[in-house]
Design a protein around this ligand. Structure first.
Ligand code: FES
Length: 107
């Protein structure tokens, strides 16, 4: 499937990703700048923070308020928005083909 990463400089990178892979892994494996995945997907670093495109947030969903993901986002030095997610907590499935995400500025 195709995932579109929009970068802070307004460029975009399309990557091939696999069902069952996390969004973070798809980014890291394709060298997307600003997505580090330092904790390896354990929901413990927030270096995989991304914004889900507004046209997609309804399908992907926001971070659950009671989740470890939400606690990590609130404690991280990032600009949290309503469409903020940790990429490691999004496991790609067939419905994600064409997903558009924004890499935050200065990350
Ligand atoms: S990779 Fe560390 S929180 Fe996602």
């Amino acid at each position: 499937m195709r995932i579109v990463f929009k970068l802070p400089d307004q460029s975009q990178v399309d990557v091939d990703a696999s069902e069952g892979q996390s969004l973070m892994r798809a980014a890291v494996d394709n060298g997307i700048p600003g997505i580090l995945g330092d904790c390896g997907g354990q929901c413990a670093c927030a270096t995989c923070h991304i914004y889900i495109d507004q046209d997609w947030i309804g399908k992907i969903g926001p971070a659950n308020l009671d989740s470890t993901e939400n606690m990590m986002l609130e404690g991280a030095p990032v600009d949290i928005r309503s469409n903020s997610r940790l990429g490691c907590q999004i496991i790609l499935n067939a419905d994600c083909d064409g997903l558009i995400v924004q890499v935050p500025e200065g990350q």
